[in-house]
Write a protein that binds this ligand. Structure first.
Ligand code: PLP
Length: 440
């Protein structure tokens, strides 16, 4: 029989806490299948799970026992990925979701009441800016965007209703690095959690929880899965934040569970259990088992891929800096980047694989260059093994105002690359021919 007890410590704990990250990437969360001995975690393609009897069912529905009821809330294949991500990030627990956007929504759900507020970096993935400023606003969740290059800006924007601080480790696009330790100290003083979107860095390059962040969120669609074949998201909780006082969803009596208080009952796992038992139960953006399977397979090579991605990106960035048609290159691994020193501190093994550059010829040249690439695929994604190219102003950041686009590093002249794991020389040759075509 499979292990149906699935005690939350077991599903989300860190049994490899003394192992290195490469070992965790391969092994964490994925012991042989207890039902069959299958070495690879099976795709548990089931909606529901048979109860032992009605008492068992009642205990599960009451959260007196944590176990399988319905795959919207938990699923063994998905839990294997949650365990792997918690172990990679050094968190206490994790919640997998249907996408990175869903992860952000569920990550804020336990924190914000209507009228509450959070402070966010203005240098974010364009979809996050739109989600926060437009869709969250309709729920009464208010945001103030600030320039993240000055850590004190986060503190200056805090109000009595502020319940969280949000930033990206490495911003998409633009590649700005946030001073995580300083921002975590500001969040700690204000007694609000620091939530970090670590999608572009991944735990291979930076572990924000080690620098004092409380929660990480991911689009696993990107480098975690790594092959551009599955949309998914993840929330990892450090389990360290003290929810007392200002977070009623976690501390006050929950009527759907007969007055149970999550923080009191689940301690360090309160936020994680709430994410499953309320967030996924009521809003429903669960990760599909097939997605978890693909992402588990991809995640095994995370460390190898990230090393190669970073090595190629640095070569490409250095090469672009030498080209007369290129006005500037923004990559935190370059000495010319204002984020270079912060990258040396927070991303010592490489500044990721997403970079932007501006063309002297502006919008027209940028569009032509994107269309002239042969090896780089023109599409809206990052973090694939394949190299990718896009013009953010006309695509990912299209919904933003011209000012917000410029502030987010997505002005009209900007081209964004996600550098893959091919041979760097081939990538450089492709960019050279496309540049020549675009700039004459
Ligand atoms: N966060 C970052 C940094 C992203 O780049 C993206 C997508 O591009 C997201 C979040 C949203 O993730 P998803 O597309 O999986 O919903």
């Amino acid at each position: 029989m499979p292990d149906r007890t699935l005690d939350p410590m077991k599903i989300t704990g860190d049994p490899l806490k003394d192992s290195g990250l490469s070992t965790r990437a391969v092994h964490a969360g994925t012991a042989p299948d207890p039902a069959t001995g299958a070495r690879i975690t099976p795709i548990y393609q089931t909606a529901s799970y048979v109860f032992e009897d009605t008492d068992h069912a009642a205990r599960l529905f009451n959260l007196d026992e944590i176990g399988q009821t319905y795959s919207r809330i938990t699923n063994p294949t998905v839990q294997a990925l949650e365990g792997k991500m918690a172990a990679l990030d050094g968190g206490a627990g994790a919640i997998a979701t249907a996408s990175g956007q869903a992860a952000q929504f569920l990550a804020f759900l336990p924190l914000l009441e209507p009228g509450d507020h959070f402070v966010a970096s203005r240098n974010l993935y364009g979809g996050s800016v739109t989600q926060f400023s437009q869709s969250f606003a309709r729920l009464g969740w208010r945001v103030t965007f600030i320039d993240p290059t000055i850590a004190d800006n986060f503190g200056a924007a805090i109000t009595p209703r502020t319940k969280a601080i949000f930033c990206e480790t490495l911003s998409n696009p633009g590649g700005l690095v946030v001073d995580l330790e300083a921002v975590a100290a500001i969040a700690g003083d204000a007694k609000v959690p620091l939530m970090v979107d670590n999608t572009l860095a991944t735990p291979a390059l930076c572990r924000p929880l080690d620098w004092g962040a409380d929660i990480t969120v991911y689009s696993t669609t990107k480098f975690i899965g790594g092959h551009g074949n599955a949309i998914g998201g993840m929330i990892v909780d450090s389990g360290r934040f003290n929810w007392d006082g200002r977070y009623p969803a976690l501390t006050e009596a929950n009527q759907a569970y007969h007055g149970m208080r999550f923080a009191e009952k689940f301690g360090a796992l309160a936020y994680t259990v709430y994410g499953h038992a309320v967030g996924l139960r009521d809003f429903g953006p669960a990760m599909a088992p097939m997605t978890a399977f693909l992402t588990l397979t991809g995640a095994e090579t995370l460390m190898l891929r990230m090393a190669r991605h970073c090595e190629n990106a640095l070569q490409v960035a250095r090469h672009l800096e030498t080209k007369p048609g290129v006005a500037w290159v923004s990559y935190a691994g370059l000495g010319s980047s204002p984020s270079f020193d912060l990258a040396a501190k927070y991303l010592p093994d490489g500044a990721g694989a997403v970079l932007t550059f501006g063309l002297v010829g502006g919008y027209g040249a940028a569009v032509k260059m994107v269309e002239a690439c042969r090896l780089f695929s023109h599409l809206a994604n990052v973090g694939d093994t394949r190299s990718l190219i896009i013009h953010p102003a006309s695509t990912t950041h299209r919904a933003l105002s011209a000012e917000a686009r410029a502030a987010a590093g997505a002005g009209p002249d900007v081209v964004r690359l996600s550098v893959g794991i091919e041979d760097a020389a081939d990538l450089i040759a492709d960019l050279d021919q496309a540049l020549a075509a675009a700039t004459g």
